[in-house]
Ligand binder design. Structure first.
Ligand code: ZN
Ligand code: ZN
Length: 333
C-alpha cells in the first residue's frame, strides 16, 4: 500500500511519513495551515513555501522544510509532490507515488478560483483521499462575482443608514477571501486582531489585500462611520464587537446554504462563501482524477461514500480527526 491508515493519521510506509497527522509524529507532510491539519508537536514538518509563514505564526518554533508546487522529492522509496488545492493561500494536495502507483491526499480543496489562492489543479491518480465537507447536493455556491455583489450591497445599505456591518469569517483564509470581495469605496474596513495578524503575514508574502485598520481597544468606532468590521465568528458576541453599535451582523460560510443555520448562529444575514468545493465541484474533481478508489474524509463521509459507490467507484468513508468547516468550529475549517 502506498498509504495506510494508522491511529496517528494517514501514513506512507515506504517514506515513513504521515500526511496531516492528528497525533505527534516524527515526520509530517502538511496540506495547509488550518488547525485540524497543521497540529503542534511533530518533530519535522514539510509544507509549501506559501503555507510556511502562517504555520510558523500558529505553531511557533517548528522544524519546517518547504517545497514549491510541482516540485518532486524522494522520501524513502516514495516520490512526493504538492499541488494547488485552491482552498486557502499555500494549500496543497499531496501526491505520493510508489513503483508507478499514485495516491493523492486532497487536504481541503475548492475547485473554483478566487483572488488569493493558487487555483486548484487536477492530479491523476489511482487512489484519491478526498474531503467531502459539503458532500450533499444542496450545497451549491454562487459565483465569486455574485457573492461580492451580495456582500457589498448589504454593506452599502448598512453604511447608508449609518450602521456598522459586522461580518464573521475565520481568521485564516475566509477573512481574507471576504476582504478580496469588498468594495473599499463604501467605507473603511476594520479588523479583529486575529484577522489582522494573518493579514500582515499574507501582505508580507506579497498578497494584495485591501487596506484595513486593526480595531484595537483604543479605536473610536465613531471615527469610522459605516465601517465593515471583520472578526472571527466567535468574537461577534464579545465586548470587543459590542462597541460597534448600531450594527448588523453577517456570517460567511458554506453552511449559510442550509436553512436554519443562520438563525441558530443568530446573525442578521448569511453569505454563502466557502473555501471548500461544493457538491458539483467534489464530483467533478473526483472524476477528473481518474481514480478508481476513493476515500472520503470530513463531514458527510458515509453518505458521500455510498453515493460514489453507486456511481461505480470503490469508495469508503475514512475515520479521521479532521473537523471540516464546522458550523460551531471556531477556526478549524
Ligand atoms: Zn479540513
Ligand atoms: Zn482547511
Amino acid at each position: 500500500m502506498v498509504l495506510t491508515f494508522r491511529p496517528e493519521g494517514i501514513y506512507c510506509p515506504a517514506g515513513d511519513f504521515y500526511i496531516d497527522p492528528w497525533r505527534p509524529v516524527d515526520r509530517a507532510l502538511i496540506t495547509h495551515g488550518h488547525a485540524d491539519h497543521a497540529r503542534p508537536g511533530h518533530r519535522r514538518y514539510l509544507a509549501t513555501d506559501i503555507a510556511g509563514p502562517v504555520m510558523r505564526h500558529r505553531l511557533g518554533e517548528i522544524e519546517l522544510e518547504s517545497i514549491r508546487y510541482g516540485e518532486t522529492r524522494s522520501i524513502g522509496g516514495a516520490r512526493v509532490s504538492f499541488h494547488p488545492a485552491g482552498h486557502i493561500p499555500g494549500s496543497a494536495q499531496i501526491r505520493v507515488e510508489l513503483g508507478g502507483e499514485v495516491w493523492v491526499v486532497s487536504g481541503d480543496y475548492k475547485t473554483t478560483p478566487d483572488a488569493l489562492s493558487t487555483p486548484f489543479e487536477s492530479v491523476r491518480c489511482h487512489s484519491f483521499i478526498t474531503e467531502c465537507t459539503f458532500g450533499l447536493p444542496v450545497f451549491e455556491w454562487p459565483t465569486e462575482a455574485k457573492a461580492a455583489r451580495q456582500v457589498n450591497a448589504w454593506w452599502a445599505a448598512n453604511a447608508a443608514e449609518g450602521i456598522f456591518s459586522l461580518l464573521g469569517a475565520y481568521s485564516l483564509g475566509k477573512a481574507q477571501r471576504v476582504m478580496s470581495l469588498l468594495d473599499p469605496e463604501i467605507a473603511p474596513i476594520l479588523t479583529h486582531g486575529a484577522v489582522e495578524n494573518t493579514n500582515a503575514i499574507l501582505r508580507a508574502q506579497g498578497f494584495d489585500l485591501p487596506a484595513t485598520t486593526h480595531a484595537t481597544q483604543g479605536l473610536k468606532p465613531k471615527d469610522y462611520p459605516g465601517a465593515m468590521v471583520i472578526a472571527p465568528p466567535g468574537a461577534l458576541g464579545s465586548d470587543w464587537a459590542r462597541r460597534f453599535r448600531p450594527g448588523a451582523t453577517g456570517f460567511a460560510s458554506g453552511w449559510m446554504r442550509m436553512r436554519g443555520v443562520r438563525r441558530r448562529r443568530s446573525v442578521d444575514r448569511g453569505f454563502v462563501v466557502s473555501d471548500h468545493a461544493d457538491w458539483k465541484g467534489l464530483n467533478e474533481a473526483i472524476k477528473a482524477t481518474g481514480a478508481e478508489n476513493i476515500y472520503a474524509t470530513h463531514g458527510y463521509t458515509e453518505i458521500f461514500a455510498r453515493w460514489l459507490t453507486s456511481e461505480g467507484y470503490n469508495a469508503e468513508a475514512l475515520k479521521t480527526e479532521f473537523t471540516g468547516e464546522g458550523v460551531g468550529a471556531e477556526d478549524s475549517e
